[in-house]
Design a protein around this ligand. Structure first.
Ligand code: FAD
Length: 290
């Protein structure tokens, strides 16, 4: 049995209190849903002296999704909330779908979007779609707040740009344009409780059936979400659903990834999966748009 190393537990009721504790308590770790953190504590991968449970802080649980105003999610918004929110499913379907593919139902009831981002695992489910929707993070510390795009937040394998005493406060999703379409997909060993072999999100901005702008973000194929340069180059200016362009985009995506072989898949299989995901998502987008 894994017995936890003792630590002091704090459950602040306000954001100020949480930030004060983070600034003053030595070797402190933030606890949200605990679905990543508790595993790391049990496996003795980390040894915090103080654990600060942020789930009771009202600002970190706020949710706004108004007509024409995008959405604002407190960092402790659960994966399950995003999966089932009718507003998010209507406005940000690829993100709601991605949140609903994390672990199993029990994990999603506890796990939070802030935790998924702050854990910064290479195969994490939500970063690719958040990047495609141009999401921003508000980071807060005792010294104030700063806002950064999600694509700049994750810097490596379980590394991000959070500074000491800083937490993710809010995730801001701008209102998508009416001509923006986004799809997320992944391949894993089975349909639940798996870690992705590879994942991908594609955004198309379309006018009169022509792709005016595109973005493709790939996960689990590099130390952090990989933003493709070659896929947009293959797609912009082509007609949605053009099979030649779809094939060129898939080959472009494959040319950019240099994944590792691990217990889940070989590098060669991951490259195959990236091509298949790209073709599948572009065909699904074409079916939706045309
Ligand atoms: C069985 C199982 C299956 C899983 N499957 C998947 C999966 O398919 N896909 C996937 O992406 N993940 C998966 N996970 C991982 C996990 O469930 C998610 O990453 C979850 O969203 C993490 O949120 P949390 O609130 O539980 O984070 P926690 O465990 O509370 O925290 C994770 C890390 O983030 C930090 N942190 C948390 N919130 C903040 C904040 N607001 N500001 C700063 N730092 C913060 C913590 O200090 C810790 O380092 C799985 C986990 C389990 C146990």
């Amino acid at each position: 049995m894994n017995i936890l190393t003792p630590f002091e537990y704090f459950a602040p009721a306000t954001l100020d209190e949480a930030l004060e504790l983070l600034a003053t308590k030595e070797n402190a770790k933030v606890l949200a849903g605990g679905t990543d953190l508790m595993v790391q504590l049990k496996e003795k991968m980390i040894h915090p002296v103080n654990v600060i449970d942020i789930t009771h802080v009202p600002e970190l649980n706020e949710f706004k999704c108004e007509e024409g105003q995008g959405a604002v999610l407190g960092a402790c918004t659960t994966d399950a909330f995003c999966e089932f929110s009718e507003e998010l499913k209507a406005k940000f379907p690829a993100f709601a779908y991605a949140a609903g593919e994390i672990g199993g139902p029990q994990v999603r009831e506890m796990g939070t979007i802030g935790g998924n981002l702050a854990n910064s695992g290479p195969s994490a489910e939500t970063p690719a779609s958040l990047i495609c929707y141009r999401a921003q993070l508000v980071l807060a510390s005792k010294n104030g707040e700063r806002t950064i795009p999600v694509e700049d937040f994750i810097t490596g394998n379980r590394k991000n740009c959070l500074e000491a005493g800083e937490i993710i406060k809010t995730i801001i999703l701008p209102e998508p344009a009416a001509n923006t379409f986004v799809k997320y997909g992944y391949v894993g060993m089975r349909s639940s409780m798996e870690i992705d072999i590879a994942n991908m999100c594609i955004r198309l901005d379309v006018e009169d059936g022509e792709i005016k702008d595109a973005m493709c973000v790939m996960g689990s194929v590099a130390i952090k979400p990989l933003i493709s340069e070659a896929v947009p180059a293959a797609l912009i200016g082509t007609k949605v659903g053009d099979e030649e362009a779809i094939k060129a985009a898939a080959e472009a995506a494959q040319s950019e990834v240099h994944p590792i072989t691990d217990v889940r898949a070989s590098a060669a299989y991951r490259v195959d999966v990236i091509g298949a995901l790209c073709r599948r998502l572009l065909r699904e987008l074409a079916a939706e748009i045309n």
